[in-house]
Design a protein around this ligand. Structure first.
Ligand code: GLU
Length: 401
């Protein structure tokens, strides 16, 4: 009999991390694997940010414990940035710095939820939300947002999911894994629904700057003043500034909420690395033009990927308007054979892609959307074209898109 905690052993390890680790291990073993798994920019962290970190390493005041909620200058910079980018005026006392965006989400859920509390979670959802909700003692209530509705939930669906136990709604726009972006009107309607029903709106804004074409990022707390007592924005530098390994995120919420979250932080990790905090300070308050180059490149890859996926037999792909993922449907491939094997699920198909084309992608089952697969386009164009050409050769070219 296991002596380990049921709560911890009941956690499903992150599928995105698993696919990434597997692809990297195969690459390290000399296999020509193309990895579409990781939501991780292929760009290096911009040099001025690295310089700020180097200066921080040389400054002895960074060798000591610092305040649990974060360096005062960084908390103020996040408050300023929240006004700049989300249109929401907040004080530095409404900000807590965390070890990456994932930690901000967990700290938020742990601070808010009591046993029995329900969190409405639109699916397809990012793999870590349900486990984090459960770990924090809550219950995820999944609402399906299919591609026929652009991967977005409607107010009618939220009404249907609402119970007396509903505590919060997870609102993610731009979305991981679908790249869907809610319009300003849709965002306002969802924010007002939360206000009307006394539901906390938890806004994961990590992809706020990765927006394409005519789409526009809107922060629900920024445009719905009634949310001021029941909102949390969760964010970080990882995706925008190519800083995944620096582990630096933050949450922004009402003062009492941040005070409680900081109490938890004092017991968990004291403070986030001062070096990463100083790098993040430069990232969010230094020159923002560095984003333009990366964004232009993602946009080019996005267009190439959508067109190559739609040219595959049995595959259809909606155009994502944000983040750096496509989320094509492979339902037209199910029931066919690959290498003499009948394809029955996208989970199985992901394995076949790895075996027959040395291509790694994350199956839709991980995001509660079987029939789909997630492909990141945060990889070099040459690799992207090579990987998708291999899949075109495997599946054949078709006209379904
Ligand atoms: N958020 C990224 C992804 O979805 C990084 C991996 C993870 O944290 O899950 O691929």
């Amino acid at each position: 009999m296991s002596e380990l905690s049921k709560r911890i052993t009941g956690i499903k390890p992150s599928a995105t991390m698993a696919v990434t680790a597997k692809a990297n291990a195969l690459k390290a073993a000399g296999e020509p694997v193309i990895g579409f798994g990781a939501g991780e920019p292929d760009f290096p962290t911009p040099p001025h940010i690295v310089e700020a970190a180097l200066a921080a390493v040389k400054d002895p005041k960074n060798y000591k414990y610092t305040p649990a909620a974060g360096l005062p200058a960084l908390r103020q910079a996040v408050a300023d940035k929240t006004f700049r980018d989300s249109g929401l005026k907040v004080g530095a006392d409404q900000v807590m710095i965390t070890n990456g965006g994932k930690h901000a989400i967990y700290a938020t859920l742990a601070t808010l939820l009591n046993p029995g509390d329900e969190v409405i979670l639109p699916a397809p959802y990012w793999v870590s939300y349900p486990d984090q909700i459960k770990l924090a003692g809550g219950t995820p209530v999944i609402v399906s947002a299919p591609d026929t509705n652009g991967f977005k939930v409607t107010i009618a669906q939220l009404d249907e999911a609402l119970t007396e136990n509903t505590k919060a709604l997870m609102f993610v726009s731009p979305s991981n894994p679908t790249g869907a972006v809610y319009t300003e009107d849709e965002t306002r309607a969802i924010g007002e629904w939360c206000v009307a029903n006394g539901v906390w709106l938890l806004a994961d804004e990590i992809y706020e700057h990765l927006i394409y074409g005519d789409a526009k990022f809107t922060s629900a707390p920024g445009i719905v003043p009634g949310l001021s007592e029941r909102f949390v924005i969760m964010n970080g530098v990882a995706k925008t500034y190519a800083m995944t390994g620096w582990r630096l995120g933050w949450l922004v919420g009402p003062v009492d909420f941040v005070k409680a979250a900081t109490g938890l932080q004092t017991q968990l990790c004291s403070n986030v690395s001062n070096i990463s905090q100083m790098a993040a300070l430069e990232a969010i308050s230094g020159p923002q033009e560095v984003l333009d180059v990366m964004l232009a490149s993602y946009d080019e890859r996005r267009k190439a990927m959508v067109s190559m996926l739609n040219a595959m037999q049995g595959v259809t792909c909606l155009e994502p308007m944000g983040a750096f993922y496509t989320f094509p449907s492979f339902t037209g491939v199910l029931g066919t054979e690959i290498g003499g094997v009948l394809v029955e699920s996208t989970d199985q198909l992901a394995g076949l892609f790895l075996d027959h084309a040395q291509v790694a992608a994350v199956p839709g089952e991980a995001f509660d959307a079987p029939g789909h697969m997630r492909f990141s386009y945060a990889l070099a164009m040459d690799d992207l074209v090579e990987g998708l050409t291999r899949l075109q050769d495997l599946l054949g070219k078709g006209t379904t898109g």
